[in-house]
Design a protein around this ligand. Structure first.
Ligand SMILES: Cc1cc2nc3c(=O)[nH]c(=O)nc-3n(C[C@H](O)[C@H](O)[C@H](O)COP(=O)(O)O)c2cc1C
Length: 378
């Protein structure tokens, strides 16, 4: 294999010519993105995550996106009760793979930025330019309490994240010694070597959904993840949303690519896929976990009407905790994914009930169809 340049352009292309990038989302967390009690639900053990990464690498999946989660949501399965820390996990996976890009997901307020910058550089050297950073400002109060860290109000969270990412970028790029002193950080005499692989920097993504979150992503990131994909709204609506994000970024002199997320249940027949979807995500939903997630967002029988509560409960379970469900035959799923590409989305991160069992069929059946649509290399 030729040595990678590590240029930002090549990093964003994930070192291949696939127009529509496909990633695996949330596999570092127990049960992945499905709050289900089915016995085959995802373990998120290191052995399974490693086997999945090797399989994904071999089958041509472009990236792995973990979830930065620290504490389970409760319920019978304690959904997300066991999670592999994402940067150390990425380092291990990068050492054992050849082509795939692996993200680390980091809550800015929980990590010293210079230690974080050096962890990212280390992972990036291990992967020879294949490490990516998902920066999270944070939202989950209970998780923050467990670190003894007070969650700031929403606007201040992003003001802090701005100082944090500026410090990380300076540690990645600045020669010699510098001070980074602002409203929140007081870093003196900082010196950080080595710099990232190839003398460039890892790609950075963010998935803020508020106006402030989106503005942060546009100012600082290369990729913006939104849950509003073409599959949820009309193709024209999605194309317009992508265009809006890109042109807002261009107005401040930045290029940004838009990605989305989803859950895949792909089977040879539509009936089989729908049966399994109902079985795993509705009939065997871990309702205690779903209710725990809703409570964190202050959605309880006390705060909303019974109708709204029932609708939210069902929506959270059925939509894989916030990602469109792609349920059907390879033809149907390839068509729906192709629509994302046609809408201008650069890629999608998907989850499965059991990633290892379900990824081979998806790769063998859906990826060649996307290649025939001209959205992926053969
Ligand atoms: C694709 C995607 C990945 C995300 N990953 C994480 C994560 O790993 N950990 C986390 O705490 N929040 C995660 N979030 C939540 C966002 O970072 C953000 O906090 C949330 O969308 C609220 O947006 P706001 O901060 O603009 O209000 C993710 C959201 C999306 C859509």
């Amino acid at each position: 294999m030729l040595a990678r340049t590590g240029s930002l352009r090549d990093r964003m292309a994930m070192y291949n010519g696939n127009a529509l990038k496909i990633g695996v989302f949330g596999a570092n967390c127990s049960s992945g993105r499905s709050a289900t009690k089915v016995p085959e639900r995802w373990s998120a053990s290191w052995e399974d995550c490693l086997a999945l990464a090797r399989l994904a690498d071999e089958k041509g999946i472009d990236f792995i996106l973990p979830i930065g989660r620290w504490k389970g949501y409760g319920g019978e399965t304690d959904f997300h009760g066991a999670t592999l820390e994402t940067v150390t996990c990425a380092a291990g996976l990068l050492a054992c793979t050849e082509r795939i890009t692996v993200f680390g997901t980091v809550h800015a307020p929980l990590f010293n930025p210079i230690i974080a910058a050096k962890m990212f550089v280390t992972a990036d050297h291990i992967g020879e330019g294949r490490f990516g950073l998902n920066i999270v400002a944070g939202w989950n109060e209970g998780e923050f309490e467990m670190f003894g860290v007070k969650q700031r109000d929403h606007e201040a969270r992003y003001a802090f994240a701005q100082e944090w990412i500026d410090a990380v970028k300076r540690a990645w790029s600045e020669a010699g010694t510098f001070d980074a002193v602002g409203e929140f950080l007081k870093l003196k005499g900082v010196r950080a070597y080595p710099k990232p692989y190839g003398g460039t920097r890892p790609i950075i993504m963010n998935a803020g959904s508020s106006g402030t979150g989106q503005a942060f992503a546009l100012r600082n990131c290369d990729a913006f993840f939104t849950t509003t994909g073409a599959a949820r709204i009309s193709l024209a609506g999605a194309a317009q949303r992508v265009q809006e994000v890109k042109s807002t970024a261009q107005a401040i002199g930045r290029d940004i690519e838009v990605f989305t997320v989803g859950q895949v249940i792909c089977r040879p027949s539509q009936a089989e896929a729908e049966d399994y979807y109902r079985h795993a995500l509705i009939d065997n939903a871990d309702w205690g976990a779903v209710e725990g997630m809703l409570a964190l967002r202050n959605i309880t029988p006390q705060t909303v009407s019974p109708e709204e509560y029932a609708a939210k409960r069902r929506y959270f379970a059925a939509n894989a905790i916030g990602g469109y469900p792609f349920v059907g035959t390879p033809d149907k799923i390839a068509d729906e994914l192709a629509d994302l590409g046609r809408a201008g989305l650069r890629g999608i991160a998907v989850s499965f009930v059991n990633y290892l069992q379900e990824l081979p069929y998806f790769c063998d059946e859906v990826l060649p169809r996307l290649a025939r649509f001209g959205l992926r290399e053969e």
